[in-house]
Write a protein that binds this ligand. Structure first.
Ligand code: ADP
Ligand code: ZN
Ligand code: ZN
Length: 653
């Protein structure tokens, strides 16, 4: 009678042995007793011996065929080891929820083929041709490419053509895109063009749809799998190419439980399968630029916009002497000009809600969350103060709780207040606001985008969600408000992110027809970053930052890991990390620096105090050796059960 080694989603670095009356396919799901419960696990091996006595028996084998085949298992084992995350949690996190819950691995509704495809009427450019040829020359083996194309240069067109070639060879293509905003438009473009089944994997699908998409990827019926970060784990037996669009985007990094980077993992998957990997962007991350400089990626450049369209004209509006309201007179005038010509205008402001501050003009008391070290944000449509960190809500006070005066006011602007202000300047123009509050309903975002795509003149007010990838053909002007916070941030990556954001947002303007215009309101018009952003010289800007990072030996020239501990008792969180630091220092790896514990930039969130311990080394191996030691000895840390903790390998903020 075989013994089955099973991985279970528990935060322990081990697997569990069970008795079975027959062999189980490796990678199949099994139901097993665990403590008082029955849980779903993944069979990893059939063995004849176990180190343990009195094994419990498997309750049920759920799959005859493996759910996770050998290539995916190898990939996930690699990921678990690299991120020092328990294998059971990694394996189960990589599957759709319905499989995790033990539901049958059966397709409910076959996703249809797009019926009619249509090809574009334009000729591809010389630059596009060169990129396509370079990529197709390196098929059937691992080769990494950076497709660096300015916004609107036709990168998507390149993806479509190389994808069709791979499909023609009966292989599948995996395309990763950032969070939701982009997915519907990309899916539509891929469906319209490609003679194959395109399945999407993203958070807006219901669980049945997610399972169907997963199974169609696994059966090979889907030629293209297009999804957000978790799609990197989609099983694809005939995978022939991986494309990561907007590779610089932070949403490829999962920021909870299993903290992986889908972008970084795509290198491993492409290498394991032996296929090309394409990272596309207008604003490469510094990691990717360094990889290109080190010849780990072949760089392909699309320096010009497709179809003879020119890049937008970018200018600054100096706000230093501006005291009243969110909009400068100049910006309003420019908007009027474009709207009167029947064009669309977009205003970007990266804060939702009505106003970020609710305060007393007499004593300067400020409304703060009772559970977090953070301001309460005023939301007008519900007349509530809301904490964007823990979600807590309250009625705004009528009188100041500090001095008792009725002198409470809001300060600053969010999307909601901007929308209101615009209404007074542009009474006859439709205003479309896109942020988390106006897109909570499932189809809301798609409806908003449809309105914009109809081309009618309108003002679009939006946050981050609108920054990337969208192709609105009648959008002529973009106004950027209130980005100055980025200059004051403590995150060493802040200016890199800000430059990427400005270029991406600017890239929405004037994508067809006449030259577009971008106006950036700022109180720091002399900041050196603008010098590059105004003339669209992202690469030069990034090179200058890379030099600084090199001399300071910061990422990507060194490697980091972060251990975060949090607890209701502040002392416990700090002391836990002190104890860990002591353990790590005893390993005596001089090449790894350890800093901390230090309080998180927001020290208290939802009643928990957050502290961080930072590890950094030029030697990735040494860093990982230290992390492995930590994982092995975590049980010896006395305060372990008094805190919640997590490890973040290659953290991004
Ligand atoms: P990117 O992904 O680089 O931002 P897109 O692929 O969205 O750019 O292309 C921008 C626009 O230019 C799209 O409307 C696309 O259809 C169009 N386009 C792409 N390639 C060409 C070409 N060679 N000639 C004319 N128009 C093109
Ligand atoms: Zn007061
Ligand atoms: Zn809060």
């Amino acid at each position: 009678m075989p013994i089955i080694e099973v991985a279970i989603a528990v935060p322990l670095n081990k697997t569990f042995d069970y008795q079975s009356d027959h062999e189980v396919a490796v990678g199949a799901r099994v139901k097993v007793p665990f403590g008082a419960k029955k849980v779903i696990g993944i069979a990893l091996a059939n063995k004849d011996k176990s180190d343990f006595n009195k094994l419990k028996s498997i309750v049920e084998v759920l799959d005859e065929m493996p759910i996770l085949d050998k290539p995916i298992l190898d990939f996930l084992f690699w990921a678990a080891k690299y991120y020092h995350h328990p294998i059971g949690e990694v394996l189960l996190a990589a599957m759709p929820k319905n499989l995790r819950l033990g539901k049958e691995a059966k397709i409910k509704k076959v996703i249809g083929l797009p019926l009619k495809t249509s090809q574009p009427d334009f000729e591809i450019t010389q630059e596009q041709t060169l990129a396509i040829e370079a990529i197709l020359a390196e098929q059937h083996k691992y080769h990494g490419f950076l497709l660096h194309g300015v916004t609107g240069s036709g990168k998507t067109e390149v993806y479509l053509r190389i994808t069709q070639e791979v499909l023609n060879q009966d292989q599948q293509v995996l395309v990763l895109v950032p969070e939701i905003g982009l997915t519907p438009q990309m899916i539509a473009r891929f469906e319209q063009r490609l003679k194959t089944r395109v399945v999407a994997i993203h958070s807006q699908l219901n669980e049945t749809q997610k399972l169907d998409a997963y199974l169609m990827a696994k059966s090979g019926d889907a030629g293209v799998v297009l999804g957000t970060r978790s799609a990197i784990f989609a099983p694809m037996p005939n995978l022939g190419m991986i494309i990561i669009d907007e590779e610089h985007d932070g949403s490829f990094k999962q920021q909870s439980s299993f903290r992986y980077s889908a972008r970084d993992l795509s290198f491993i998957r492409a290498k394991q399968v032996g296929i090309p990997l394409i990272l596309g962007t207008a604003t490469p991350s510094l990691e990717t630029l360094k990889n290109a400089m080190d010849n780990k990626l072949t760089r392909l450049t699309l320096a010009n916009r497709a179809g003879g369209v020119v890049m937008p004209k970018v200018s600054l509006i100096d706000m230093r002497s501006h005291t009243d309201g969110a909009l400068s007179k100049l910006l309003v005038e420019k908007m009027q000009q474009y709207l009167s010509k029947g064009k669309q205008v977009m205003l970007f402001i990266n804060r939702r809600g009505y106003a970020p501050v609710y305060f007393c003009t007499e004593c300067s008391w400020k409304s703060e969350c009772n559970h977090c070290h953070a301001s309460m944000i005023y939301h007008r449509h519900i007349n509530r103060l809301k904490c964007h960190h823990c979600g807590d809500e309250q009625m705004p006070e009528q009188a100041c709780p500090e001095c008792g005066e009725q002198s409470l006011e809001v300060y600053g602007y969010g999307t909601e207040r901007l929308e209101e202000t615009l209404g007074s300047h542009f009474a006859d123009t439709p205003i479309i606001r896109i942020d988390r509050d106006t897109t909570r309903r499932k189809k809301a975002l798609a409806e908003h985008l449809e309105k914009i795509n109809s081309g009618e003149p309108c003002i679009i007010v939006g946050t981050q969600m609108l920054a990337k990838g969208h192709d609105f053909s009648n959008l002529a002007m973009v106004g950027i408000l209130d980005i100055d916070g980025g200059f004051l941030s403590t995150n060493f990556r802040a200016t890199e992110y800000l430059a990427q954001l400005l270029i991406q947002v600017s890239g929405r303007a004037g994508r067809s027809g006449d030259q577009g215009e971008v106006a950036i309101q700022t109180r720091y018009p002399d900041h050196p970053m603008f010098h590059y952003v105004l003339s669209n010289r992202y690469t030069q800007f990034a090179s200058s930052i890379l030099k600084q990072r090199m001399s300071a030996m910061m990422p990507p020239f060194s490697h980091q890991a972060l251990l975060c501990a949090n607890a209701k008792n502040k002392q416990n969180a700090e002391d836990f990390l002190r104890e860990v630091a002591g353990l790590l220092k005893s390993v005596k790896l001089d090449t790894v620096e350890i800093w901390g514990p230090v309080a998180n930039s927001i020290e208290k969130k939802a009643d928990y105090y957050y502290f961080n311990l930072y590890l950094q080394s030029n030697d990735r191996k040494a860093l990982h050796q230290m992390l492995a030691t930590f994982s092995q000895h975590i049980d010896t840390i006395k305060l372990k059960n008094k805190v919640r903790w997590y490890l973040d390998v290659d953290p991004i903020d």
